[in-house]
Write a protein that binds this ligand. Structure first.
Ligand code: PCA
Length: 221
């Protein structure tokens, strides 16, 4: 049977009235070929409280792949994240008005988790498809990193075989405030996610290389 994939995005946050991840999740869920993967989408409110649902989603669906998608306003290319870190340090309030500062996401958790997706294969597939994309070594310290860490921590601590990872996308051309800010057309973002998902589901499992297990990168002190 085709692998079960959860794709999870976010709604608007801060001054960003549009979050391209919302549309990407909807498109992947409704158009990704069913014979390649069964895709279920979820869009979360951009708040610490709402990302708690990540654990429930994983435990309920027990998917083969959990792929988070979020907006990285100001970046110029799509990015597959390599690391989730155990830190919530929001620069702005979340959509419930909460600002977390220098807080561990899981007090007993390791400092970081590797992505268990084939990040190099995703980057290489983007290159072959002429999609501007790279491997990022930081998903930031806001809700994208928060959701990514929670997903990795849940998979690691419950023994789920789910491969967990995250893709950040730049702003859409129509949402940049000044024309000089980096942005990409929606069709490129959509192609980037389709190509990424193709690479993820065709990669052997477990993923070889640095991210070969869900083992913590660094044990918390
Ligand atoms: N981007 C933010 C949170 C939600 C989103 O789409 C981030 O990068 O953390």
């Amino acid at each position: 049977m085709a692998p079960l994939v959860i794709v999870q995005g976010f709604g608007p946050f801060g001054t960003h009235e549009v979050n391209p991840s919302e549309r990407l999740v909807h498109d992947l869920e409704t158009t990704y070929p069913e014979d390649r993967a069964r895709v279920t989408g979820r869009v979360l409110t951009c708040s610490a409280e709402a990302v708690g649902e990540v654990s429930e989603l994983l435990l309920h669906y027990r998917p083969d792949v959990y792929l988070g998608i979020g907006l990285a306003y100001g970046r110029s290319a799509v990015a597959v994240e390599r690391l989730a870190i155990n830190l919530a340090d929001y620069g702005i309030a979340d959509e419930a008005g909460l600002t977390l500062t220098e807080r561990p996401i899981a007090p007993d958790g390791p400092a970081a988790y590797w992505s268990t997706l084939p990040v190099a294969a995703v980057r290489d597939a983007w290159r072959r498809a002429d999609v501007p994309g790279y491997i990022s070594n930081t998903a930031g310290t806001f809700l994208c990193n928060h959701s990514f860490y929670l997903a990795a921590h849940t998979a690691a601590t419950t023994g789920l075989p789910t491969r967990v990872g995250f893709v950040h996308v730049p702003a859409l051309v129509e949402q940049v405030r000044r024309g000089s800010e980096p942005a990409l057309p929606y069709q490129i973002l959509r192609q980037a996610l389709t190509v990424a998902l193709d690479a993820i589901i065709s990669a052997p499992s477990p993923v070889p290389g640095a991210a070969e297990s869900a083992a913590p990168l660094v044990r918390g002190a």
